[in-house]
Design a protein around this ligand. Structure first.
Ligand SMILES: NC(=O)C1=CN([C@@H]2O[C@H](COP(=O)(O)OP(=O)(O)OC[C@H]3O[C@@H](n4cnc5c(N)ncnc54)[C@H](O)[C@@H]3O)[C@@H](O)[C@H]2O)C=CC1
Ligand SMILES: O=C(O)[C@H]1O[C@H](OP(=O)(O)OP(=O)(O)OC[C@H]2O[C@@H](n3ccc(=O)[nH]c3=O)[C@H](O)[C@@H]2O)[C@H](O)[C@@H](O)[C@@H]1O
Length: 437
């Protein structure tokens, strides 16, 4: 099948590459000329494990192409994905200017029937708006389908190629048949394609992200209470996660959720509720608690140092909003670094993938180390912000020689308490008692 993907960011590139891998002829379109030039020169602009193998193969075999020209990109395409940004507008609602802008552009250039697919996360009613935008100038028949994406960064290829489910919102039988054909290779292992109307598909995406953000937030509140009552949140996670009604995943307490989606999508759903005059109280609490959770460690760090961080050097391990990505959008590390700098601390940081992105924002306010150990040199304490696997089993003897004090503030509960006791570290984590010496 010939398909086009408009917007070659994170989701667009994964969507295009994966559908090329399943044998389709894919053209990805982006207005960013530098990005398209890079892609045409076989440079992948994002870090995503496993994407490179598929990308090179499909470019090599001529199934995956890139252009800045929308009309050229969609020529002959049976399916046109819109994988465009939907950032928060000033009032917190999703800004649809990219999606509706492209919808307007598509009308006059569609040459035959096509299924236009909203892949971006968009509020209820967007499919209707996209339809209206295209219809203004269209000379041919078309359908607009809502097909939200559930991939996670860091495991995006696996999530895309083996989805738990595919949600398709449309009332058109013709569009259903096209989408069924396209997704057939991805759902062969029995996971369902779930058809519903456009509005329900749009809501499904927000409900999924808001539910997961709520699940994490609930555990973060349990963690905060654990610290007060002297319980261990990791044991509670195991104790409840083994109940199949609750499930083991997304129960890890930490310094709050970040990333390009949970924060903006929870906010956008709350905004939708407000527009429809519904007081979605749970969501308000989730946003409120998460904002506090991101700042959870600062008072602990300050208290440890007697209230004054001026002149202290703090080593930070992990800058990305989670492991296996270079993405720093809404990363808790950024808030914490800004707060620590404001307190007069010096920061030396290390992240295996995200340092360049942080350097572009914070420049020389932060010293970037070339290895995780180099970041510890002469530091007064270590703060862990992202649970990259390399931080889990470090050489503690080496760390002892570098750090000025054996003190770790762990925002991701990377180490066991007994291990820290044995190693003689003062160790503060989330939802567990502090280890002091
Ligand atoms: N990043 C993620 O893990 C996930 C994102 N989503 C949703 O997918 C959508 C896209 O997200 P990302 O890929 O992260 O965004 P992104 O910001 O990485 O990429 C968007 C791309 O669209 C391009 N673009 C903007 N205007 C354009 C136009 N008029 N024509 C062609 N290209 C244009 C930009 O240059 C950029 O390359 C958002 O709605 C997001 O909420 C959904 C699931 C996962
Ligand atoms: O709409 C989206 O863009 C995507 O948003 C999330 O994916 P992603 O943001 O890539 O990352 P997650 O793995 O969900 O993590 C989000 C945040 O929650 C935090 N988290 C996650 C799990 C957990 O148990 N505890 C926890 O604090 C992570 O550290 C991270 O900051 C969803 O998991 C995807 O299904 C969805 O498609």
């Amino acid at each position: 099948m010939k398909i086009a993907v408009v917007g070659t960011g994170y989701v667009g590139l994964v969507t295009g590459t994966c559908f090329a891998e399943t044998g389709n002829q894919v053209t990805c379109v982006d207005i960013d000329e530098r990005k398209v030039e890079k892609l045409n020169n076989r440079i992948i602009p994002i870090y995503e494990p496993g994407l490179d193998v598929l990308f090179y193969r499909n470019v090599e075999e001529g199934r995956l192409k890139f252009t800045t020209n929308l009309a050229e990109g969609i020529k002959g395409a049976e399916v046109i994905f819109l994988a465009l940004p939907t950032p928060p507008g000033e009032d917190g609602s999703a800004d649809l200017k990219y999606i509706l802008g492209v919808a307007n552009d598509l009308g006059p250039i569609l040459e035959q029937y096509a299924v236009i697919v909203d892949k971006s996360t968009v509020p209820v009613g967007t499919a209707e708006k996209v339809h209206a935008g295209i219809a203004k100038n269209a000379k041919v028949d078309f359908d607009v389908v809502s097909n939200p994406e559930f991939l996670r960064e860091g495991v995006a290829v696996e999530d895309f190629m083996k989805p738990d489910r595919v949600v398709i919102g449309t009332k058109s039988d013709k569009a259903k048949a096209v989408m069924n054909r396209l997704y057939a290779p991805l759902v062969r292992q029995g996971n369902p394609v779930i058809f519903m109307d456009e509005r329900s598909a749009e809501m499904t995406k927000y409900a999924a992200n808001a539910f997961l953000a709520t699940k994490i937030t609930f555990m973060n509140e349990i963690a905060n209470l654990c610290e007060k009552v002297g319980a261990n949140v990791d044991d509670i996670r195991k104790g409840i996660g083994t109940d199949s009604r609750i499930g083991k995943r997304f129960l890890f307490a930490g310094i709050g959720y970040g990333g390009s989606c949970f924060p903006k999508d929870v906010q956008a759903l709350a905004k939708t509720a407000q527009e429809y005059d519904y007081d979605f109280r749970v969501l308000k609490s989730v946003m409120d608690v998460n904002a506090g959770q991101k700042k959870r460690l600062l008072p602990v760090i300050k208290q440890h140092f007697g209230g004054d961080l001026k002149g202290k050097t703090i080593a930070i391990w992990g800058l990305a909003f989670k492991p296996y990505t270079d993405d720093i959008r809404e990363a808790p590390a950024l808030d914490n670094i800004r707060d620590l700098l404001a307190e007069g601390a010096k920061i030396t940081a290390y992240d295996p993938e995200a340092m360049e992105n942080v350097r572009n924002i914070l420049g020389n306010q932060v010293t970037f180390a070339h290895t995780s150990y180099a970041a510890l040199d002469d530091a007064d304490a270590l703060v862990i912000m992202t649970e990259w696997p390399m931080f889990r089993t470090p050489e503690f003897e080496k760390m002892n020689l570098l750090l000025k004090n054996k003190v770790i503030f762990d925002g991701r509960n990377v180490y066991e308490l007994d291990q820290m006791r044995e190693l003689g570290y003062t160790y503060y984590s989330i939802g567990r008692e502090a280890v002091t010496h």
